[in-house]
Design a protein around this ligand. Structure first.
Ligand code: CTP
Length: 401
């Protein structure tokens, strides 16, 4: 049962919309309160009355209709939704959401909501396979939108291929799974760092490392989905900022330190997934160093501050230890020396986990030395396992206070 969860069902102009009436009906039967929002073109296929008849609730279709409530409608709809589902989602709506266009009620709601958003695309196969649509979907996916791949078969236009609205069963299962994600970080402010830092040598060169930022970004997404307010402090990476997360972009370790010190003042937990450069050139040359300048003379390095060790606020501190040898001993000694609550240790010598891949195999070790070896899993799953510990430790802290 979806007991009184508010589900905002957005429907757009695709022939598959008739299946959305059935979806609205099934969700209502399972106890959800379904707010249907129709685009103008959706109303060409079915009438609002069809949805109202199965949801027994008001159907919304225009920014400029006389509002049903006194609040600003697109904001109140966005705020009260536990989840937004757009099924069917046309190529046009997907493109609008990917670029932040908000020119109708549904696109405004998606821009304003902090709830998880699920898209079920339905369109002609060529439109679906077009690079523009695929790029837009990739962008949205990276921002934390869930996308249910369309099915393959005979499409309404007569063509055969991918583009059919996914199975209702699959859409329902994804909705249930999303709504069942515990909101156990509601009211908590979590600061997460991600990516590597870059330490300039001159205007064209820097010292850096292989961190892609994927683990930190997955943590930010997972914490957001569990209801946390998230500040993500990121080194230069190739990933779009997750929706609903405050992203602060920095380049150097010193900039990251300043951003962390500022953010932890009102935070409950700090998770340092960033690979901070331990050293920086003592001085970055103002102009490009030429071969003839004897470059070796310029690389005098100085130590960067250890950011997590310098955080003295009463926040839960979680560190990472990427090691190529003596994994456990090194990780345990970092817990002590950096004053951490627990550490996430990973062996970076294996090819299937660690740097720049989507999976990770980690060991969680706490102050008491107890360890939990997790199997190879996606970085998003690892993120949830780390957050399970954060939730438990925050709860014991609250009990202690
Ligand atoms: N860290 C930090 N500031 C630094 C270096 C590391 O806050 N200047 C944090 C990392 O974000 C990570 C943890 O400390 O959470 C361990 O980082 P790691 O690079 O494994 O450890 P180091 O202390 O740099 O030790 P070493 O490089 O010698 O293994």
């Amino acid at each position: 049962m979806l007991g009184q969860k508010v589900l905002l069902l957005g429907v757009t102009g695709s022939i598959a919309i008739y299946k959305a009436v059935d979806l609205a009906s099934k969700l209502t039967q399972r106890g959800a309160l379904v707010d249907v929002v129709m685009t103008q073109s959706a109303t060409r296929f079915v009438t609002p009355l069809s949805f109202r008849s199965v949801t027994h609730r008001q159907v919304y279709k225009d920014m400029w209709d006389e509002p049903v409530e006194l609040e600003i409608e697109h904001i109140s709809l966005a705020e009260r939704a536990n989840m937004v589902v757009i099924a069917p989602a046309t190529a046009n709506m997907i493109a609008k959401l990917a670029t932040g266009i908000a020119d109708d009620l549904l696109s405004c709601i998606v821009l304003a909501t902090k709830a998880p958003v699920l898209l079920a695309p339905a369109m002609n196969v060529n439109m679906y396979e077009n690079h523009v649509t695929q790029d837009n979907l990739a962008k949205l996916r990276a921002r934390g939108f869930k996308i249910i791949e369309p099915g393959t078969g005979i499409l309404a236009c007569g063509a055969t291929g991918a583009g059919r609205l996914a199975d209702m069963e699959q859409i329902m299962a994804t909705i249930v799974e999303t709504l069942e994600t515990p909101q156990d970080l509601t009211g908590q402010h979590i600061v997460i760092t991600a990516g590597g830092t870059q330490e300039p040598i001159d205007p064209v060169r820097h010292i850096s490392n292989r961190s892609s930022g994927k683990m930190g970004y997955a943590l930010a997404q997972a914490a957001r989905d569990r209801g946390a307010e998230v500040s993500l402090i990121s080194g230069p990476v190739n990933l779009p900022g997750p929706a609903g997360v405050r992203v602060l972009c920095v380049q150097t370790a010193l900039q990251m330190k300043d951003a962390v010190m500022q953010a932890v003042r009102n935070a409950d937990a700090l998770i340092m997934a960033a690979a901070v450069a331990d050293y920086r050139p003592a001085e970055a040359a103002a102009s490009k160093i030429k071969k003839e300048d004897q470059a070796e003379k310029f690389l005098h390095l100085v130590r960067n501050p250890d950011i997590i060790s310098e955080v003295k606020e009463e926040v839960l501190k979680v560190g990472f230890a990427a090691e190529s040898e003596d994994l456990l001993e090194n990780a345990i000694s970092k817990i002590q020396s950096k004053g951490l609550d627990f550490i996430v240790a990973n062996d970076i010598t294996s090819n299937d986990s660690g740097f720049d891949v989507d999976n990770n195999r980690v060991t969680l070790i706490d102050r008491q030395g107890s360890r939990e070896d997790l199997p190879l899993m996606s970085k998003l799953d690892v993120a949830h396992r780390i957050l399970d510990r954060v939730v438990a430790l925050l709860a014991t802290r609250e009990l202690g206070n």
